[in-house]
Every structure is written in C-alpha cells, then in structure tokens.
Design a protein around this ligand. Sequence first.
Ligand SMILES: O=C(O)CCC(=O)C(=O)O
Ligand SMILES: [Fe+2]
Length: 753
Amino acid sequence: MNSSESSSMSTMTADGRELIERFLDYLIDPVGCIDTYGRTYIDDLEFILVENHLFDFQAQTFPDTEAQQWFERICSAFSFKRMEEFIDYVRQHLTEIDLANIRPRSTFQTETLFELEPSFQEMKRQGDSVERNNEFQRAISTESVKSIPHNELEADYYELYMSFDRTNPWTYVIRREIERGNLAPEDQVLCLGNRWLGEIMYFRQNLGLKNAKGVDLISSDPELVIAADMHKLPFEDNSVKMIFNRGLINKSYDVRLLIKEMMRVLTKDGFLIVETPGPYGYGVSRLGRTDIKSAQNLLRLMRGKVQRIVYSDAMKPHQYLYDATRLIRICVQLDKDGRDLVPKAEAFPQLRFKIYDVCRRRFLEARRMLRDKPATKARVLGFANRIRTSIVRRIKTPIFAKVMALNQSTNPRTKYAMTWVKLLRGAWIHARGGETPHSAHIALIDLFISSGGRANDLLAKTVALAHPPYRLPSAAGVLGDLKPLDLKRIQQQLEKDGYYVFENCLSADFCERISRQTLSADCLILGDEVNSDAPVRGQYNREAPVAAKYLLTVDDTTDIPEVQELISDPSIIAVAQNYLKSKPIFSGISLWWSPAFKDTPDSQAAQQFHWDMERIKWIRFFIYLTDVTAESGPHCFIKGSHRTGAIPDKLLSLGYVRHSDETMRDTYGNDSYMEFLGQRGTIIVEDSRGFHKGMEPKKGDRLLLALELSNTTFGANKRHLIRNIRAPGFGDVAKRYPRIYSNFDFAPGVLKP
Ligand SMILES: O=C(O)CCC(=O)C(=O)O
Ligand SMILES: [Fe+2]
C-alpha cells in the first residue's frame, strides 16, 4: 500500500470534511449545472469544473483566484497533487460528506405515466442503455404523432401548432436571416426530433428552405426524415447550415455528446435553434432526461464558438409543459473557427415582430380554411367575382374615361399628377411581372426633370425600405480590403462630388485577357453614321474602324470569365450597396471600344454631355481596359452635378438632350470639369445622374467596361443572359444573393442546386 492510497482510504477529520463540503458547495451551483437523469453532480464534476469554472486540467489551475486558493488549501490539507486525486477522494468518501446538492431533482411523474408502456417497463427492469432508451422514446413519439394527425401533413397547421399558446419567433427570425443573405434556399437544414412531417413541410414550403430534412427515431417517409440516433448524425462534418429542434434536447441521454455532434455537422457559420423546457420543477426523469435550465448553461457547451445570439427568450410556458418553469428559446450563429468569442446579443424588433406574428397567424388560418373547405372557397370566389364585375361596370369604366380626359389635360398640375399616376401604375406592373411599361420609364424621366431629382430621392427611400441592405460578410475584393471607414469615406465623396477614383487598379494581365476576348467577338457597330434599321455587326479591327462605337452584346459580355469575376466581387457590391442604401442589383453591363474615328463627338456613343436616367437610383463603375490619355477618349464628369437641384431649370427644361462643353463650363465653372486619365485597370465609380460624357478619341482607342448597379430594375427593360458559369464562385454568390442577380436570366441547369 503506498501513501496516497492509505490517505484515500482513511476517514476524514471533521475539519477536513467541512473544507471539502464547502469547496464542493462553492463549485456546484445547481442553477448553473445541467441535470442528467441517473447522474449526480459528483459524477459530472469534471464537466462542471471545466464548463462552469474554466478549470484547466493540464495546468491544474483555475483562472479565478478565489477558486484557486480553495483548491490549493484542499491540496495542502490532504496532500493532493492534482484535481483528479481530489475527485477520486470525494467519490470514495461520498457517504461521509453532507452536501446540499449532490443529486439532481428527479420526478416520479413518468413512473406512473408510462406504467403500461412495455419499453418503459423493460428499461426499468434491465436498467438504462442507449438502445432501451431509444426504444422507449420511439414508442412515445409514435403515440404522440397519432394524437395530432394534421401535423403529419400540413405545413400551415404545423406552424399554427407551434404558436398555439405563445408567439412563435421562428418564422420571423429565419425569414429575416434569409432576407439578410445569411441563409439560402439551397442550404442543408436539419430538424432534429421533428416527430411530425409537418415540421419538414413547414421549412420547405413556408420558409422556402427546400433542402430541409428531419432526423428522428421514427420515420414514415425516408425522403423527408432519416431514422437515426441524434447523437450519431448520418451527416458529414461541416455539411449542415442550420439545425432546428423543439422539445428535443431534454430527451437527450447525453447532452454534451449531442451538442458536440451538432457542432460537428454544422458549417463554420451554421445556425442552431433550440427550443426546450427548463428548469423542471420536479427535476429530470426517464423521459425528460436532461434539464439544461437556462440558455446560459447551453451556451457554455459551445463556449467560444458562438458569434451571434440572433434571438433568445425564456418565457413562462402555458399549457403542455407539465412542470417546466420556463420555455427556453434561442437561435445562435456559430463561428467554428472562433476562439474565446463573446457572442453578440442582437437587439430584436419586438413590436414589429408582434405585429408580424398576429398578421401571420390570421393569414395562415385563412389559408387553411380556404384550402379545407371547397364550399367556402367557392362562395368566397363567387363573391369576389361579383364585386369585380360590378367594380368594372360602375367604377372602372367611368374612371377610365375620366383618366383619358385627364391625360389630355394641359394644366401643369394635372400633368404632374398624371405623370405620378403613370409611374406608380408602371411600378405596380413592374412589381408583378418584372417589366416596366415604356410610359412609366418616360414618366420617370419627366419626374426627374420637373422635380430636379426630388422624385428619384423619394422613390429611392421607398425602395430602400422594401429592400434593406444585405449583411455582407466582407468588402474585400478588387477595390481593396474595404473597412467600414473606407466605405463611409467613399460614400461621402460620392454624395458630395458624384464620383470616386479607386486607389486600386486591375492588373494589366486581367485587362489584356478581356481585351483579347473582345477582339474575336461579333460586335454591334454603332454611331451617328450608321443609319440602318437592322443591327450592323462585325469584328472590331483596331487598325481600320468604320464607326464610333463597337459594343459587345450583353450576353457575350457576361460570358467573359473576368466580367463574371467582377460582378461577384464583394468590394464592388459593398460600395454600391452603401451608396444605394438598399440591396444592389447589377442592372446593366456594357463593354465597348471607342476608336478615333472622326473629329466631332458622336451622339450615339455618348460623346456629348448628358445625364442618364434608366433607373431610379444607381451608380456606374467605369473600368478602363486600355490606357486612357487626354487623346484617347477620357471619361468626363461635372463634379457635383448629380446632386438634387444641381441642374438649373433652364437646362432641365430642354429635356433629355445632349449639351456642349461650353454650356457645362458656363454653368459649373472650369473647376468642376473632371477629365479622368488613367492607365488600364483604373476604376471610377460615378453617379451618372450628373453630367458626363466620353470624350471622342483623337488618337488610339479606348476599351471601357461599365457596370451599373441599381436599387431596382424599374426603368429600362434590358435583361442579361448567363449562358455558363465561367468564374469560380460566381454560381455560389448568385444563389446566395438572388436580388443582386435578379436582372440576369440563368440558362437552364446553370445554377445547379
Ligand atoms: O463613354 C463614356 O465614358 C461615357 C459613357 C456613358 O455615358 C454611360 O455609360 O452612361
Ligand atoms: Fe451616360
């Protein structure tokens, strides 16, 4: 027998016992400890030391000095060298120690509730095991599924069921994350312990997360739900974007293992949503085996790896939670690469959510009712039809005649009001089908002229409310690694002057690659001299140009890998979003050669001063792909002329026309006249609502790429086709941020799910 063994076998002195009891009472605060059925806090002591006190078993130290002093006193009194010796000693002398909190509270409720369940009796007789426990859970689930048949099929019923006695934040929270671009429709989502198929249908149909799947001990449809033990998920590491579970983790036989398993399959920035009862009034049981008691205790199991707490509450439950005192609900976003992260708790718009929740419920109820009862549906539709015909007959037809009359009016006020009507009607048509009526585009131009830009500003604010910006993960790209301060600076200069020239350039090689591809393309040949109704096409010969402008077709342009790289570039997107204060959309992409063709400016080639007005609010990136000198056709801009009210009425009243250099210098002075010279690769961003032009080249030629980003595609109708994904990553970005690419048509099969 060696000395340490003899000390562990000997009985304790009264002083020693008190020391140990007080130390254990200090370590074990039951409010902060997770309860597991069949285990005592002494069984879990290693976990409690690490999770609750950050004890470092390797260094044998507590970060907290008070805990460390306690530990050292115990070590010297009992001549322990390590924490492990103390724990062994305690476990061997358990009968001699009197502790306030050794064993979690445990309820007898299940003992009576499940008396008749054979798998429960089996578990009691043979003792706990993973298999017997799962068998029992499976039996309970099978029974409860029968009790709510509608939940088995209907997404709407399931959604209503989740909120039958409380608000349900999940629809709001998840949709908001989708809206922000943090979650995409294709992402893999798992519902653990879903029981009802309705939960999966809810994710697929009501939230649009079409790859949602369940994992449960029971499955009536293997396509929707995989039968497996949640502690051993049949999924690869980092393969799941979101895990959702309600009333699940209290059924875990080992919650630490469960959380580890969920963290394993979740992606680096995955989401975890947990809804679970706790703390239990009477404690854990053979059914509710785990009581985490608080979100805080749960978060401790993911320590350092949570970046955001998207939502969290702990309400008093109403009906079915038996003796649980709270319903803990939490949604977090991970950062698995994080170390010692302190999660950011986000503010939650309570009022907006409550209004949303009430409306959503009424909507779901109405939709169910209409779906359920064909007779009601027929009656409602019939009624609506009668109203519609009577509106047409009594109201619409007479109003139509009046509108026609108003339209012909010469009264300026009536004309102004009618312009708004045309614009708003066009906006309605655009919102429904994506196309803007020509009359509405003209109305946009007319309103700009008559309001000096105020109409655009008002409309842009409305659009921004409907489409608030994405939360973009980074703004690093061809414009540099832009930090919030850089973005602010660029935005401020854009607002003040209307343009910004970036310090960063594209490489010569990058420009050369684009240039080479343009020279073999069949361009549209344009210019004042080209008078033909049919488009004239041909390759651009740098030695012998025959017109002022050689424009690549939009579809050829977006087929160039380098162009696709630029339109998936985070820094370009971020700069645009910041200026537009709304989700940006690539609404126009053009690439053209301007040769030295004649001495006079060409109007078709935009070589005289003008403002653009194809959108409500937009910015344009002008990218030089050849060296641009004063001779080879620099882009020119009148500083500040983009601002609201900056164009004098006498110029505006001339309409959408071209202006001479003299008019510009007379109106704005020489200092405002900007001529951008730069080597190839130079990137300029500009609000081309201000006066601008491309000066006609005198010598040499210029290849320019223009990328327009707008807050909406309302205005000119010109869509782009993506025939193929040619830049790595473009496809992923396009799937993740659908609105940015909503002006593109992707050829069938190009955007694989
Ligand atoms: O060629 C230029 O520099 C000007 C082009 C232009 O007016 C435009 O893209 O809106
Ligand atoms: Fe222009």
